[in-house]
Design a protein around this ligand. Structure first.
Ligand code: AGP
Length: 586
């Protein structure tokens, strides 16, 4: 989603802002812009496209001045155009803002401001912040008062940074992330620590309902009523500094390759939280588990595993669906929320609904400073390091690993979680990409891929379909094996490829029967299994492992296949079109 950045200090602002925006590219965006305060004016440059392309064309990093704001926009209100890109100046041009989030009452505010003589150029909801702030500043001539009056009128969720003609920066946070970086030569405001990590690892995480003023005095933080607020400076984990591609061509392949380590590390620093969560789960009357996209697929795996091995029933809920069926949540139950970013608006909304029913919130989250972590009674850290590729890979297997660790505790050790064995099995799949690269070449022009799996392998099939869609833009669908005859078989012909997730466990024979039925209709079969079969047109071998652990291994070849299909199709695997890493709007 949108990323915002601000700089106030002694160095030239524009190059710092552009670099910060580049570091946050993974969050997803379609246009970019920067505004700085020069001697007398606020100057704005913005355009549609990647940071590098727009910067080459407009020389964003050449703008003058030591104070500035920058933004990458992921369109919600209004098309992807230069005019709709941020920063947005007020109609007098004396204030400019960058915004992440949605202003729900912008139409009402806009018509009121238009009546007062303020004009608008864009179709965005964000521009209303610039003019509302300008109106309040025109009334009060005071930065703090104008910010307080402005936030009191805004409905929705937002983080915004405003640059005043005087060169003062001010920002507000309400249900969207905003972090202050404290550098030696200046201060930063950013959606993400990656925006300033090259300059400083000292940060202040603003809470919801707080605003900040950066000026010659330094950093002043207030609540929305104007009361001063004190914050500790946090040392940002050095691991964020590792968010480089290194020798890898893309973050996605780097992150796929890290899994022999990240699967083992998952939850290691949260063993107390895992113990507490296990006790809550053991004694709860009703347990729900929620997430979006990949994190929801992990939730489905939890349902199968905990039921099979610990006889514990848990109801998976797609986070974005809960607001339509809030009555699902029984009072005093447990909601387990899974989220890599901890900022998905749908997940946060589900948590809000569950809290209304007095549910206890347990979370499995990668970003420990996220909104979800703050909302949770128990937080289990995924600990897999920054995941930059928009397609979730190592975070999925880290989520699974934690779900397995909980399952093992719930069933008093009945699952053999041999870390070394799991890690070496994943490493074996990753050792040789040549066969997968060959198959990816064949998939280049394929329109439809189906992925079949039974029982716990079905959520792996849905996750596989999600990876193929995101990375290769090929239509893909996960199907529970037994459902084939109830409809999807009608689609099978020689133009179709079907991936069969078929480890040698209790699902093997039934899934092989499904593969035969598909093969008889002419479709090509890619078998993912530790056992060869002449039914497979392509066999991707996975190592044999304890029956319960196959899901941790079988997803790896599909992540690779999706990645190499993207390479074959010449799409950008790190930043799939139209998608964002953390989806902070509903
Ligand atoms: C995964 O590849 C996707 N990019 C997406 O489905 C993602 O898993 C979803 O948006 C949830 O994100 P979260 O885990 O950060 O909440």
């Amino acid at each position: 989603m949108c990323s915002i950045i601000g700089y106030y200090g002694d160095s030239a602002a524009a190059p710092i802002l552009v670099k910060g925006l580049k570091r946050m590219e993974y969050r997803g965006y379609d246009s970019v812009g920067v505004a700085t305060k020069s001697d007398n004016d606020i100057v704005v440059k913005k355009g549609v496209g990647k940071v590098e392309v727009v910067n080459n064309a407009l020389h964003l990093d050449n703008l003058p001045g030591h104070v500035g704001i920058g933004h990458t926009r992921w369109a919600t209100h209004g098309n992807v155009t230069d005019v709709n890109a941020h920063p947005h100046p007020s109609s007098s041009g004396k204030i400019a803002i960058v915004h992440n989030g949605i202003i729900e009452n912008y139409e009402e505010l806009k018509s009121d401001l238009e009546k007062r003589g303020y004009s608008f150029k864009s179709q965005t909801d964000s521009e209303v912040i610039a003019n509302l702030l300008q109106y309040n500043y025109d009334q009060t001539h005071d930065v703090k008062q104008s910010m307080i009056k402005t936030v009191s009128k805004l409905k929705g969720h937002y983080a915004f940074v405003a640059m005043f003609e005087s060169g003062i920066l001010s920002a507000a946070r309400f249900h969207e992330p905003l972090i202050i970086g404290i550098g030696k030569k200046g201060f930063f405001l950013s959606s993400d620590v990656l925006g300033f990590i090259e300059k400083t690892d000292d940060a202040i995480y603003l809470d919801n309902g707080e605003l900040v003023i950066l000026d010659r005095i330094g950093v002043q933080i207030f609540d929305f009523e104007g009361n001063a607020v004190k914050h500790q400076v946090t040392k940002v984990s050095k691991e964020f500094a590792d968010a480089y591609k290194g020798d890898y061509a893309h973050f996605t392949i780097k992150e796929i390759s890290e899994q022999p380590e990240t699967i083992i590390q998952a939850g290691e620093k949260s063993s107390d939280a895992i113990n507490t969560a296990t006790e809550f789960i053991r004694h709860a009357r009703s347990i729900y588990i929620t997430g979006s996209g990949t994190s929801y697929n992990a939730a489905l795996v939890a349902k199968y595993l905990w039921q099979k091995y610990a006889k514990i029933k848990v109801e998976p809920i797609i986070s974005s669906e809960l607001s339509f069926t809030p009555e699902t949540i029984e009072p005093n139950s447990i909601l387990i929320a899974i989220s890599q970013s901890g900022e998905s608006a749908d997940v946060l909304e589900a948590v809000k609904i569950a809290k209304k029913a007095n549910a206890k919130i347990l979370s499995i989250v990668n970003i420990l400073t996220s909104s979800l972590a703050q909302e949770s009674a128990v937080v289990i850290g995924m600990g897999c390091g920054p995941e930059i590729g928009v397609a979730a890979t190592k975070s999925f297997t880290a989520q699974l690993s934690i779900i397995y660790k909980i399952a093992k505790k719930l069933c008093d050790g009945c699952i053999n979680m041999d870390g070394e064995k799991i890690s070496s099995s994943v490493a074996k799949v990753l050792a040789d990409h040549s066969k997968i690269k060959e198959i990816a070449k064949e998939l280049k022009d394929v329109q439809d891929i189906y992925i079949l799996g039974r029982a716990v392998h079905y959520p792996i099939a849905t996750e596989s379909a999600l990876k193929l869609k995101e990375l290769s833009y090929i239509h893909a669908e996960g199907i529970p094996g037994g459902e084939l005859k109830h409809g999807p078989l009608a689609l099978m012909d020689s133009s179709v490829y079907v991936v069969i997730i078929n480890p040698n466990d209790f699902t093997y024979n039934d899934t092989l029967t499904s593969a035969r039925e598909i093969k008889a209709r002419g479709a090509k079969i890619i078998g993912i299994s530790d056992k060869p079969s002449d039914i497979y047109d392509h066999w991707i071998q996975i190592p044999t492992i304890d029956d319960s652990l196959y899901p941790l291994i079988e997803i790896i070849p599909i992540q690779l296949l999706s990645y190499y299909s993207a390479i074959e199709k010449n799409t950008d695997p790190d930043y799939p079109r139209n998608l964002a890493k953390s989806v902070t709007v509903k």
